[in-house]
Design a protein around this ligand. Sequence first.
Ligand SMILES: [Zn+2]
Ligand SMILES: [Zn+2]
Length: 142
Amino acid sequence: MTHKILKKFYEYCEENKFRLTAPRAEVLKIIIASNKPLGAYEILDKLKGVFKNPKPPTVYRSIEFLQDKNFIHRIESLNAYVACHIDHLHKDSQFMICDDCGIVIETHQCEIPKFLKDSAEKNTFTPSRWNFEIHGICAKCV
Ligand SMILES: [Zn+2]
Ligand SMILES: [Zn+2]
């Protein structure tokens, strides 16, 4: 059975006339299959099980495409990627990262919290993108 994120990705590419290349699909599959964030080199390593001689630029281009289309998110503090499990396209995110097992939980808050919005306004600052990461311990590891 095709994973629902993958299915959504196939449909999205078809609707928008984006090329559904094998590396793009395989990189997404690898990220979906992982239960913790993966770095670019871990993805490249796993890709070796699928393609003969994958090159880093292939991985980077696929990651860039998937990230740009919001199918994966970059966890800045880990320099790694997770699949987006929230069923809508959104620009900004908050993540809770378990320092013990490495699981990443995406919160549904896609808006800048009000006190930060107010503070930005007070400073006449226009936010363009943001990323909020909280490290801690998940329910399973507590
Ligand atoms: Zn998401
Ligand atoms: Zn945990």
